[in-house]
Design a protein around this ligand. Structure first.
Ligand SMILES: [Zn+2]
Length: 287
C-alpha cells in the first residue's frame, strides 16, 4: 500500500494521516532528492509513505522533525538511513523526556522502532541562535529549504519555508487552537516562564517569514492546508484572536465567570480539553 500524496505547490507534496489529520510534507528537488517532514503516526503510514516516495522514483535524502513531540520524531528504516534534522533545543528537550515520549509512541503503535525514535541530527547553525533565526537547512536537503526557529508549542520548534510554502508544525491549524508549551507531560514546573508571549512572538516570526518568502500555501501539522494568501492570513488572524482572548481570560480575577470563547475549533472535545488545561495553567501562573 502506498500513501496518497497531494502536490500543494510545485515540488511540495502532502500526505494526511488517518489519525488527528496529521500532515506529512515531502519537498522534492528536480533530481528526485526528497526531504520528509514529520513522516507520520503509525509504522504502516511510515512504510507506505516510503512506498509512495520510491514509487515516484524519488529517494529520501533527509528528514526534518519540526518539534520534539513524539508524533513528530518517528522514523522507519524503509524511509532510508539519512540524517533527520531538528533544532539543538528540540533535541535537548526530547533527551530530557524521551522515555515518557517513547511510552506514548509505542502505546499508539507498538511496531515502532525504538532505536530510530528521536535519533536526530542537530541543525548546527541554530545552536545558541536567538528566537526568529532563519537558516538554510543545507545539504543534503533539497535546495531553497530554510528553517525558522522559535519557542511556541514546544522547545526548539522550527518551521520550514520552501518554494512559497510554510510547513508550520503544530501551529496555524484550522482544527486546533494554539497549544502552548505548558511543560513536558503538562509538568508546569518545567514549563517556560511565559509560553503565551513565546507563542505571540513566534507568530510574529512566522508572519515575517511569510512576507519575506512570498508564502501562499501553509501546511499545518494537523488539519487542512491553507491555499492562497487570504487563507494563510486568516490562519494568523484566528490564532492571534484566540491568544488575545486567552490572555484576557487569564488576567481576569480567579472565580469570576468568563464568557465562553467563540472559536469554532473549541467544538472538538479534545481541543476544548487542551484549552481548559492551558487556561488553568495561565490562571495558576497569574493567580
Ligand atoms: Zn506538538
Amino acid at each position: 500500500m502506498s500513501r496518497d500524496l497531494a502536490e500543494v505547490s510545485p515540488g511540495v507534496w502532502v500526505a494526511t494521516a488517518a489519525i488527528w489529520t496529521s500532515n506529512t510534507t515531502v519537498v522534492v528537488d528536480d533530481d528526485g532528492g526528497a526531504l520528509v517532514i514529520d513522516p507520520g503516526i503509525t509504522r504502516t503510514e511510515l512504510d507506505s509513505l516510503a512506498d509512495a516516495i520510491h514509487g515516484r522514483g524519488w529517494r529520501v535524502v533527509a528528514g526534518l522533525s519540526t518539534h520534539p513531540h513524539w508524533d513528530h520524531v518517528l522514523w522507519a528504516l524503509s524511509l532510508g538511513d539519512v540524517p533527520r534534522f531538528a533544532s539543538p533545543a528540540a533535541i535537548a528537550a526530547l533527551a530530557s523526556d524521551v522515555e515518557r515520549c517513547w511510552a506514548e509512541a509505542s502505546s499508539v503503535d507498538p511496531a515502532h522502532d525504538r532505536a530510530l525514535f528521536g535519533a536526530l541530527t542537530p541543525i548546527g547553525r541554530l545552536a545558541g541562535a536567538p528566537v526568529g533565526t532563519e537558516v538554510p537547512l543545507g545539504l543534503p536537503a533539497p535546495h531553497h529549504c530554510h528553517v525558522v526557529s522559535h519557542r511556541a508549542h514546544a522547545p526548539g520548534h522550527v518551521a520550514l519555508v520552501a518554494r512559497g510554502v510554510l510547513v508550520a508544525g503544530d501551529m496555524l491549524s484550522d482544527v486546533e487552537v494554539p497549544l502552548l508549551d505548558v511543560g513536558p507531560g503538562r509538568d508546569a514546573a518545567r514549563a517556560p516562564a511565559d509560553p503565551l508571549a513565546d507563542y505571540e512572538q513566534a507568530l510574529d516570526v512566522l508572519e515575517r517569514a511569510v512576507a519575506v518568502h512570498d508564502v501562499d500555501v501553509l501546511v499545518p501539522g494537523h488539519g487542512t492546508v491553507a491555499v492562497g494568501r487570504p487563507a494563510v492570513r486568516r490562519r494568523f488572524e484566528a490564532d492571534r484572536a484566540y491568544l488575545r482572548e486567552l490572555r484576557a481570560a487569564s488576567a481576569g480575577r480567579p472565580g469570576r465567570g468568563q464568557a465562553p470563547m467563540a472559536d469554532p475549533r473549541l467544538a472538538d472535545a479534545w481541543v476544548a480539553g487542551e484549552h481548559a488545561a492551558q487556561a488553568a495553567f495561565l490562571g495558576a501562573r497569574h493567580g
